[in-house]
Write a protein that binds this ligand. Structure first.
Ligand code: SF4
Length: 315
């Protein structure tokens, strides 16, 4: 059996739901309650959220072979372009991840990523040898202070593994960063630059309070902050600007100092979900009809203009 995100299950024809946007990556979850205790995570050790939850999404279980054969069909139709395993630290998680990656890769050439916590570079090597495209590191926090408070782990150790992987296996790493855990914008921007300089893909998410978690009473980040972080990420990963040229006032971006920034952002791509190619994670951070932190599809010209205004800077 394997847990399948509800949107993925709908695309694969395993269930029927109404969707405003369909995932273009198939998201599968492996493992049960996690041994780690991240304050925001529904699967954290002390979380009281249901076993079938991760962020805002439910993940019902389906037969693995059936899921893979439907995944192959969805790839053939062009509906799915990538698969990503979301792996919790639970008994046997590493061996099981290798098995599932190998099973998918035996059936299809679709790229497979794994959002997982490898113990060391040797495990990274095993995952890549099994056919993983990107290792998605859940660094989540933008700095040591927030990392220790929210994730309760050793920052230097976590960062060292990302750096070692990036250096030894170029273009095979991604990091997830969450805006709104208590970092400053400057801390987030500088880490994004550091990751990009290492060749690491940066996927940006907005903190989402989930009932039953330690951070259930905290708030999602203000939209202007998130729009500025999306803009900073876009400029940095496309080598249109570097963090050092931005102006910060009391930790916030007060100017990007990029000529014709409105034109640069006009296509709205900066405000779409970021990360590995074709990873659009519909409604992972958003409620249908609510604030659209990450757009899972191209923005309309009106939405793009609105997103630029929401940044709250005079351009
Ligand atoms: S960016 Fe998307 S596809 Fe890549 S590891 Fe993260 S969740 Fe998976």
């Amino acid at each position: 059996m394997i847990n399948v995100s509800i949107g993925t299950a709908a695309v694969l024809g395993l269930t029927e739901i109404q969707m405003e946007a369909a995932p273009t990556t198939a998201y599968l979850m492996l493992g049960g309650r996690c041994a780690l205790n991240c304050g925001f995570c529904a699967q954290a050790r002390s979380s009281h959220a249901g076993a079938l939850h991760l962020s805002r999404i439910t993940w019902p279980q389906f037969d693995l072979d059936e899921t893979i054969s439907r995944l192959v069909a969805a790839v053939g139709r062009g509906d799915i372009k990538r698969a990503c395993l979301q792996v919790t630290v639970s008994p046997g998680y590493f061996r099981r991840t290798l098995e599932v990656v190998r099973a998918i890769r035996a059936a299809s050439a679709v790229p497979v990523d794994a959002a997982i916590l490898p113990r060391n570079v040797h495990q990274v090597e095993q995952l890549l040898a099994a056919g993983v495209d990107h290792i998605g590191f859940g660094l989540d926090a933008a700095c040591e202070r927030v990392f220790r408070r929210v994730k309760g782990r050793d920052w230097d150790e976590a960062l060292a593994l990302v750096e070692a992987t990036a250096r030894q296996f170029p273009a095979r790493s991604a990091v997830h960063l969450i805006v709104g855990l208590g970092e400053t914008e400057e801390e987030m921007v500088r880490l994004m630059q550091q990751m990009h300089d290492l060749g690491v893909v940066v996927g940006l998410f907005a903190f989402t309070p989930v009932p039953g978690t330690a951070m259930e009473s905290s708030s999602s980040p203000p939209l202007d902050v998130y729009r500025r972080m999306q803009t900073a990420r876009y400029l940095i990963v496309h080598d249109l600007a570097r963090a050092e040229q931005f102006t910060f006032r009391e930790g916030r971006v007060s100017a990007f100092n990029v000529p014709r920034l409105r034109d640069v952002l006009a296509d709205g791509v900066a405000f779409q979900t970021s990360g590995c190619p074709d990873c659009n994670r519909p409604f992972y951070n958003e409620r249908p009809g609510g604030v659209m932190y990450n757009y899972p599809r191209p923005l309309t010209p009106v939405e793009a203009r609105q997103a630029i205004v929401e940044m709250g800077l005079v351009l």
